[in-house]
Design a protein around this ligand. Sequence first.
Ligand code: AMP
Ligand code: MG
Ligand code: MG
Length: 337
Amino acid sequence: MSGNPAMVMRVVASAYTVAEKAGAIVRKVLHSGELGIVEKTGANDLQTLADRLAQQSICASLSRHFPKLTIIGEEELPAQEVPEDLIEKGQAEEILQKGCPEEFKTLKEEELVVWVDPLDGTKEYTEASRCLQLQAVAQLPHKGSDTSQTHSTALWLLDNVTVLIGIAYGGRAIAGVINQPFYNYQHGAGAALGRTIWGMLGLGAFGFQLQEVPGDRRIVTTTRSHSNKVVTDCVSAMEPHDVIRVGGAGNKIIQLVEGKASAYVFASPGCKKWDTCAPEAILHTVGGKLTDMYGNPYSYDADVKHMNSAGVLATLHNHEYYVSRVPQSVLQALRSD
Ligand code: AMP
Ligand code: MG
Ligand code: MG
């Protein structure tokens, strides 16, 4: 460990290992096949045992280390003792070794707000689980149909799942950690699953290779499970060369920084601050931008409204182009914060 790491570096170093632990929980619940699905506001707003356990693990672990942090998690859970085996005590040495950017050196614990999405892409997680169960049934003796299609669909959906821990100071997303629990599934049984991406303003982003969409192609990534006419009208107005429909806010930001999409366009109030804080910090670190559909930034102060009421527009480049293409009808359908 370097001499005496700044407090915010210790928080990020903890968030990294805590996100890895949460990712392991997400994998374990999937493999158990017992998802414990609960509908929150409806069939497209789900919570599973993995969401509950991962949030308990993240929030209890961080507040054990840093009791003065403000931590806001997506799931409303009853106040209860968290089992000791859900507590993660480690801190990523790789992060503790890095020098803290000057502007964040003196930050205090009580000045930080941590936004936690314990499982982003829950809808896709539950669908993947169903595909895997169908496949298991089809593989029983005498059922013998081709299961490769259901299997590859399940694996593709699992890539949509992430764990998000965003750290805000003064209303700004300054650091973020994204764990992708099923990353590397293409390499089959035996390959180590999962990866963790992180970034901090003024320091850099790590755990992935920054890439851009080749040429001037406009590839728009958007929701696959929370669409409506306003959402699709707005995507069309961007005049995209291609549209990708995938789950998860974290997953879509990964697509932006890895050169798979040029813009994340979601003209809906459905995304919340815990969906965008960590992804925004990483995107901003590499020079991208995340705003509402008007082009205005969101604040991540502890007392802000959770909903991103005026939608989410995120890009690595050419943000102004996409803002300029948003139709008036879409702006009227969304309220600015
Ligand atoms: P999606 O791109 O549909 O996966 O959405 C990104 C994030 O926003 C996920 O965490 C979703 O659960 C959340 N989200 C988007 N739209 C809605 C909605 N209509 N109701 C509840 N959550 C939503
Ligand atoms: Mg989410
Ligand atoms: Mg979630």
